[in-house]
Structure formats: structure tokens, C-alpha cells
Ligand binder design. Structure first.
Ligand code: ZN
Length: 322
């Protein structure tokens, strides 16, 4: 029998703990900055008082005030604490994803607010992914093309462009089961890009094996890892890229099924979200701690900065084939 994934945090427990309890919500966010207790930034004193109403902690020694969300992605947050926390909970615990329209209904906020919150959640996930290096004896890799909505010059209305993404999956026991995945947009399917990203995403050595499909662009890695790039027969039941194809297929279905058309600009963040969901599929109850970790490592991000983060992903993201 297939092993069941561990249970995720329960919505009923979450609502019992946090709904109608401003203090409990405040403590959740307060613990992000102070996992080991309060220490004043100015004088080092460990005594403080909370002014929950103004979302600040005040040092009892020197009177220095510290804003609850200072230095995090929610520094300019205007939402009530419970709405924000519930939004994070729903987004991070969703199995496949949650659209801005759904978030809008659940939180009873306007679409713009819901959409910004979803984008910020994706940024948190993308930041968490960035530090992750794959480390296994077996890898599967391919460059795949994902369609995104985009406005083509000279065309009226929306069209679809195909965007290349480098995918790399680590697997256990000779590709018997999938471990973790990385996905990155690339400008072109070139040896240079493959060398750059595979080397920075995974630990390589000559005794490890990288499986791919007849692509000569992977030869560039041959002196650093054993590369099997003989042509694959996809009619075989367990061909060498079986897991990679299955997982990428699911990810594509999730993006089109839940989010319908994703714009070209947003596509990298949607993939980052799917990458995070896949890599954290066995986190279970500790997903709540994961939210805290993501927040503690985040940086302030206004609406304008969110847009520039999206735009920054674009230069390496020019359509290679239309
Ligand atoms: Zn102080």
C-alpha cells in the first residue's frame, strides 16, 4: 500500500486557536522575530510590554518601540491580523494552489488585496526554494516548454507563448521514487544555461547519474557527473524520465486547472509555488513552522516592489519559440 502523506495542520484547530483572538494572532507574528524571547535592539534589555492595539513591543528600559511586522514582507500590511494569518494558512496548506478569486471570498477582501497577498505568499515560497540544493545519487533533467498568456507585438488581444524551463529532479534508488525538484525559467535551451543552473542547483560528482533525453546540450556536464542522454522511448512504462514527466505534467495541470491562464510575467512565481508545494509535501503539521521561517527570512516588499520582482524575472524570460 502506498504510504499516506502526513496530516497537514487542521483548519479546525487553527480557527479554535486564532479566530476572535487578536492576542494569539499577535503572538504568532511576534514569535517570528523573537523565537528565543525579546531582546531590545537598542539596549539589549529583555523586558518589554506589548501594545497589541498599535502592533508594537516597547522596551521597558529605554522605551524603544518595535513594530510587529518591521523588516518582513508584510511591513506595510493593513489587513486585520486574523485575516492575514488565515490567508497565509490557506495558501500554504492548499494541496494544489488557491486562486486570488478564492482568497477574496474566503477572507472577504477585495480582489486587489487578495491578489497581492497571493503574490507575496509566492514570493515567500520562491525565497525558500532559492536556498535549496539537491543532493542525491540520481537526477532526471529536461528543458520543458510551458504556455503562458502574453501580448504578442503586432497581435491584438491575448495570445499564448511557450516558455522554456529547466527542470531538475532528484530521485532515490535508481529513479524509483522522486525526492525534490527545481524549476527555473531560461532564455534559451543552451549548454551554457544547463551548466550554470544544474551546477548551482545540485551536488554533482562522477559517481552520480544524470538522466536526460537525447539532448547533446547536457554533454557540457560530462566531466562533472555521469550523463545518460541516450534517446528515450516514452511508450515504455518506467522510462528514465518517468517521474520528471509525471510531476511536471501535474504541475502544468495544477497551473491551468486552478489559475486558468497565467500571464508570462507571473509564470516564474507560479512555478516557484508549485516547486515549494512539491518539495514540502511531507512537511505535515510543521508547515506552520515553515510559514514562520519564511516570514523571518523575508524582506519588506511594497506593492510596487512586488511588481518589480515580477519584472526582474523577465530578462531571462524572453520567448525562445513562438
Ligand atoms: Zn531598550
Amino acid at each position: 500500500m502506498k504510504a499516506l502523506k502526513p496530516k497537514k495542520p487542521s483548519l479546525i484547530e487553527f480557527t479554535r486557536k486564532y479566530s476572535n483572538d487578536e492576542e494569539a494572532c499577535y503572538d504568532f507574528f511576534w514569535n517570528v522575530r523573537h523565537p528565543d524571547g525579546f531582546v531590545c535592539e537598542q539596549c539589549g534589555c529583555t523586558h518589554y510590554r506589548k501594545i497589541t492595539r498599535h502592533r508594537v513591543s516597547e522596551c521597558t528600559e529605554c522605551g524603544h518601540q518595535e513594530y510587529l511586522f518591521a523588516g518582513t514582507i508584510f511591513q506595510d500590511n493593513k489587513l486585520p491580523l486574523y485575516k492575514l494569518l488565515l490567508g497565509l494558512f490557506l495558501f500554504f496548506t492548499a494541496n494544489k494552489g488557491i486562486s486570488a478569486a478564492e482568497m477574496r471570498s474566503h477572507l472577504d477582501v477585495n480582489y486587489k488585496t487578495a491578489s497581492l497577498l497571493c503574490r507575496k505568499c509566492r514570493i515567500l515560497m520562491a525565497e525558500d526554494n532559492a536556498s535549496h540544493i539537491l543532493d542525491a545519487m540520481f537526477y532526471e533533467s529536461d528543458v520543458i516548454y510551458i504556455g503562458a498568456k502574453s501580448k504578442e507585438p503586432g497581435h491584438r488581444g491575448m495570445g499564448t507563448t511557450k516558455q522554456p524551463f529547466l527542470t531538475l529532479l532528484s530521485t532515490g534508488e535508481e529513479n524509483k521514487h522522486p525526492l525534490k525538484i527545481r524549476l527555473v525559467p531560461v532564455s534559451v535551451d543552451s549548454g551554457e544555461n544547463i551548466n550554470r543552473y544544474v551546477s548551482s542547483f545540485a551536488r554533482l560528482s562522477e559517481d552520480r547519474l544524470l538522466n536526460t533525453d537525447g539532448k547533446t546540450t547536457y554533454n557540457i556536464l560530462k566531466d562533472r557527473i555521469t550523463v545518460n542522454n541516450s534517446k528515450i522511448d516514452y511508450n515504455e512504462d518506467d522510462h528514465r524520465l518517468f517521474w520528471l514527466n509525471t510531476i511536471v505534467g501535474n504541475i502544468q495541470n495544477q497551473i491551468t486547472g486552478i489559475y486558468h491562464g497565467v500571464s508570462r510575467r507571473d509564470l516564474p512565481l507560479f512555478l516557484a509555488e508549485q516547486e515549494f508545494r512539491f518539495n514540502n509535501r511531507y512537511e505535515g503539521k510543521s508547515l506552520i513552522n515553515k510559514i514562520r521561517n519564511c516570514l523571518s527570512e523575508s524582506f519588506p516588499c511594497s506593492r510596487r516592489l512586488v511588481i518589480s520582482v515580477l519584472n526582474k524575472a523577465l530578462p531571462q524570460f524572453t520567448p525562445a519559440c513562438v
